[in-house]
Design a binder for this molecule. Sequence first.
Ligand code: ADP
Ligand code: MG
Ligand code: ZN
Length: 477
Amino acid sequence: MAAYKGYEPVIGVEVHCELKTASKVFCSCSAAFGNAPNTACCPVCMGLPGALPQLNAEAVRLTIQAGLALHCDIRRTAWFDRKNYFYPDLPKGYQITQNDTPFCTGGYVTIYNKEEKRIHLQRIHLEEDAGKLLHRDGVTCMDYNRCGVGLIEIVTEPELSDPAEVKEYLTGLRQILLFAGVSDCRMNEGSMRCEVNLSVRPVGSTTRGVRCEIKNIGSIQFAAKAAEEEFHRQADILAAGGVIEQETRRFNENTGKTETMRKKESAVDYRYFTEPNIPPVHLSEAYIEKIQRQMPKSVAAWREELHNMYGLNAEDAALVMQTPNIVQFYTEAAAKTKYPKLAANLLIGEVIPQIKEGDPVPVQAGHLAEAADLLGDGEVNSTVAKQLVGRALRGESPAAVAKAEGLFRIRDEESLLPLVKDAIAADPRSVGDFLKGKTAAKKRLLGGVIRQSGGRADPAITEALLDRELALLSDED
Ligand code: ADP
Ligand code: MG
Ligand code: ZN
């Protein structure tokens, strides 16, 4: 629980996610990211007179899928509403959304902030996205490709009580949506966006203060930072005897502070009314059950599998579960090696940093397993194992490379003994120290052998040989 100047924050989060549908939610235009500006538009998503929207069934299915993944209740009969406002990113002059009948209500995300906590959801509703404004060189360009892309809005209860929980919540939510196949959740491309609502109250109080809403948050880290800054700003004002005005603020990434966008007095009246061009939607029990049956494997199920079958702790599991692709790859590799934990370490340290978001894992599962086996069996040291994974990234087999380039650990006495003898001959001072009882001097001799072998001498076997040779010397004394 965060506390500052005797105050604590009360936080609610709103998240918008673009659905992973091929086409938009009320017309057949492409919903893909990155089309040339204004090339994916039609009379429907531009709101030209007489054009009629038609609901995309796949968008409904993904909304329900999100609701099921988040343990929500699914509404059987729902309709759409118009939210009217004027802004250049909205050529229609209104947004089709669900004000009165969100498809999903309730539900929760479990987070871990020292202890387990459920963040409850108020609602998930389906709506359409607006266009994108690009401000540059003193002009503003409008790109309407995003108008009408299917969007879900996920709203929490005001239950988060620490900026750290904002980060945990967003990370957990993003992972669940990603694994449910609902959205690609890319904050940098705007397919996942969040707003933080925050008020403060005296520690221990159960009342709620006046809240501010913070928009324009570009990453999960920034969301936590924005919450922290806003918490301190409000607490400072109250501690100095001031009052909080309800307002919409924006997060400034350059200053790391929040700043005023608009005050409550300028709040718009959206004049909501039922969208007349889309009939109410009725969802049958069978339809919902079918979606439930076909759900991709959940985050919780993956986590359990990683723990039960491969012994990964929560921390490693989280790192391996960055995307469904990566965890799928990991389980393929883990099934092929005697050392799944080592395979996880190599994957996390050497492979994941090389994966471009959304791309397949650039290594063969069999190759990662080979490297883990070589390392686990003591055939190569960990530096070499990492290098071998680097070669596997170029399509080469770790076992073949190790063999061709003689990278195996040296473990036979025949090869090691000369190195040990050389090290003893080369460092009489350490030998002298050792014989005088300074046992630490042995470490220097051992280090000499390992260096001389290019890091390949097996440390345990080398040390045993070193002990034997030194014992012979001390007998001579
Ligand atoms: P609006 O309709 O203006 O968006 P909502 O009632 O839907 O307002 O709430 C939006 C978000 O603000 C929700 O996540 C909710 O939990 C949060 N919220 C509401 N009241 C407070 C408050 N006093 N302090 C912090 N967050 C709040
Ligand atoms: Mg809202
Ligand atoms: Zn269109």
